[in-house]
Ligand binder design. Sequence first.
Ligand code: FPP
Length: 251
Amino acid sequence: MSAINHVAIIMDGNGRWAKERRRPRFWGHVKGSQIVSEIVSSAVEQNLKALTLYAFSTENWSRPKDEIKTLFKLLEKFLQRERKNILKNNVQFKIIGDITNLGESTKKLISEIEKESSHCSGLKLSLAFSYGGRREIVDAVNSFLKKNPNQDITEEDITNSLYRPECGDVDLLIRTAGDQRISNFLLWQCSYAELFFTQTKWPDFNSQEFVKILDETRCRERRFGTVSKNASMDKAKTLAEKQRGAISNGG
Ligand code: FPP
């Protein structure tokens, strides 16, 4: 069994889900934002250490203004709705990404929730908003070099300078709605992540499917670039057999 501590999700397919129902795109985002609450509760029940959700990418700024406005509004509503649950479930909440363009009331809400949940020791929940993986790496490098101007930078330095280093590497990256790409999400942290692509569009995703994916991934063997436990067992077995043969042959 492999331990799954940090799960990241690319919540894709809201627009297609709405289109299939002959509804405007925002309808899909509204339904999609409701599913977020269900998945966060499920992550708490599953005792995950960290959950990072891609809510708005740096590339999403090129979407129609109205759609961007809807996503901003939904973020605020989500925060208002989840505030109590976050504290009740001992969740430590943070936004990762550049929130400078959000409305003042949303920024205030974010800062309050981040502050009041900072002592929580359960799930580390991150919403990636106006987030880009390359941007995060560049920011990490710059922030390290600013503090250590004359030092060569190491992998560990970058890891420790990311937006939320305490979440660690991603163990499992899930993407809904069928596309099989990473889309500039947590590039550094996903180096050894297991990838899971489901056809389900985000508004149809639910906790049952989420738990099924977690269970399936826990059964995958993760080798992190080494040989499998079985392979090394096999190697050891062959070597022992060879040595035994040599001894019985008088060698
Ligand atoms: C992708 O759907 C989804 C997003 C742009 C981000 C995810 C947003 C939500 C789940 C709703 C907001 C939730 C919160 C908590 C703020 P898409 O529009 O790219 O779908 P498509 O690929 O089918 O067009």
